[in-house]
Design a protein around this ligand. Structure first.
Ligand SMILES: [Zn+2]
Length: 503
């Protein structure tokens, strides 16, 4: 009699249920796994054998055929160890077959039969619930994630032995417990930022209208410090958004055992040496930085130093709000809706135009560096602000800046206005042909914008971009129509100069 147990495989951030069927044939003892197993799943045979023996059970002296279905779906990861072990024990009559078939299982086994955490536990438990299973057994270290799934009996276990006892009715397993909310050690407040009023204003406009942002300035002027405070002034993460973030981070294997739901907006700052696969997700089908920043902020410091292909790879998520990765047997999609903050130095050494320090770069190196600040990604950046180094006097004399909570309050009001007017979209997300009707500029404001376009020679596309920003400024102002002063403000928040600073 074959043993049938259900596990799950991650496809992107979602889990797909996989039935694990074991048949014992009267042939020379061996183990065969069929149904498109990856090398890591093939290796499971040895772990499962050792774990079964170490747990005090006998490993069947038959030819063990393990079939994973659906057969055309590639099975990856180590989460199949537990369902395979249970299916073998069910086939050999050790485990209550009927009960084992009603539950879903995930877990990596150590050689001694202990259960180790798996990636994507939250998604696996969700799949078990959607598949109408009675419950789901997860490794103890994944318990906090499992507890987030409602309307499902989620149990946790430390060992294979305990799971067997539970299924046979001779022992119980604890219910998955919620993790105590962690105090947020990364809560960064705008209060800590001295001066930089222009950059703070740009940050507020970016948060209010969903605009991407570019900071330019010498090292040490606070670009990173400012960018890291953007999540704190964006609207608070909703429960549904938090669940989505948790699933992504769990699929990437980033969840710590003691942490449950992601409750604050992610801030990701990959190094400029990152590969395209690390940035948008890749061959091993883990989500990349763009997806880890979903519902949060992706910060690219020293943007011109990123490889061109890495920058280009961000074009798709900036447009479609998702990343699509090709894989064996189809394509996988990862959500990737983030606010982009890029930062650049004035030149490779960072000191062109600095009041006291000399730039060491050749004119051609400077040109090359500046040249990287154009192209499809920079074209999608609405706000571009030049920062100057903070004067020492400003550092010590100025009173603390306004706190993030006060700024967030204004952002929420501005977002509420947009939500009503734009049908749920931010100003940055409004389509090109809708910008003018939705922004509703007054006659003088429109004339002002046209006059600027004529003098500066800006394209229609750039003018629309300026109008989008002006709309957000007006929303922060509580104004129904875009007026001249809003256009003016938008123009100062969009430095387009490319002048070469000669030291
Ligand atoms: Zn330089």
């Amino acid at each position: 009699m074959p043993g049938l147990v259900t596990g799950a495989v991650l496809v992107g951030v979602d889990a797909v249920l996989v039935s694990v069927e074991v048949d014992l044939l009267r042939r020379l003892p061996s183990v065969a796994i069929v149904g498109l197993p990856s090398p890591s799943v093939r290796e499971a045979a040895e772990r499962v054998r050792s774990a079964i023996l170490a747990s005090g059970f006998e490993f069947p002296r038959y030819r063990v055929v393990i079939s994973l279905a659906p057969a055309d779906l590639r099975k990856d990861g180590t989460g199949f160890d537990l369902p395979m072990a249970l299916a073998i024990l069910a086939a050999s009559g050790v485990v209550d077959k009927a009960r084992a078939a009603r539950w879903c299982f995930a877990g990596e086994l150590s050689l001694s039969g202990e259960l180790r955490p798996v990636r994507g536990a939250l998604s696996i438990a969700c799949a078990a619930r959607d598949g109408q299973f009675e419950g789901c057994v997860l490794p103890a270290a994944n318990g906090a994630e499992g507890a987030l799934v409602e309307r499902l009996d989620v149990r946790t276990s430390h060992t294979l032995r305990d799971v067997v006892d539970f299924l046979n009715g001779s022992g119980d397993l604890p219910l998955a417990a919620h993790a105590a909310p962690l105090p947020d050690p990364d809560a960064l407040d705008l209060r800590d930022v001295q001066g930089q009023l222009e950059a703070r204003a740009a940050l507020e406009v970016a948060a209010a209208g969903g605009h991407n942002l570019l900071f330019e300035g010498p090292p040490g002027c606070g670009k990173t410090m400012l960018a890291a405070r953007l999540p704190g002034i964006l609207p608070p993460l909703t429960h549904a958004e938090g669940l989505e973030c948790t699933r992504i981070h769990s699929a990437a294997g980033l969840r710590r055992a003691e942490s449950g739901l992601v409750t604050s907006r992610p801030f990701r700052a990959p190094h400029h040496s990152a590969s395209a696969a690390a940035m948008v997700g890749g061959a091993d089908l883990r989500p990349g930085e763009a997806s880890l920043a979903h519902h949060g902020v992706l910060f690219l410091d020293e943007f011109p130093e990123f490889r061109r292909d890495v920058r280009e790879a961000l074009r798709a998520p900036l447009e479609d709000r998702k990343v699509v990765v090709s894989r064996v047997g189809g394509r996988v999609s990862f959500p990737a809706s983030f606010a982009l903050v890029a930062a650049a130095n004035p030149c490779p050494c960072g000191y062109a135009g600095h009041p006291t320090r000399a730039c060491m770069c050749s004119p051609s190196a400077r040109m090359r560096y500046r040249g990287q600040l154009s192209g499809p990604i920079v074209d999608r950046i609405d706000l571009r602000v030049v920062l100057s180094p903070v004067e020492p006097a400003e550092l010590f004399a100025s009173k603390p800046g306004e706190c993030s909570a006060a700024v967030r309050e204004r952002v929420l009001h501005a977002r509420a206005r947009q939500h009503l007017r734009n049908g749920g979209r931010t100003n940055a997300a409004v389509a090109a042909d809708e910008v003018v009707p939705l922004a509703d500029p007054t006659e003088p404001a429109l004339r002002h914008l046209v006059a600027h376009a004529e003098v500066a020679g800006t394209s229609a596309r750039v003018s629309r971009r300026i109008l989008r920003v002006a709309r957000t400024v007006a929303d922060l102002d509580g104004a129904a129509r875009v007026e001249v002063q809003h256009v003016d403000r938008a123009l100062t928040l969009r430095f387009d100069g490319e002048e070469e600073v000669v030291p």
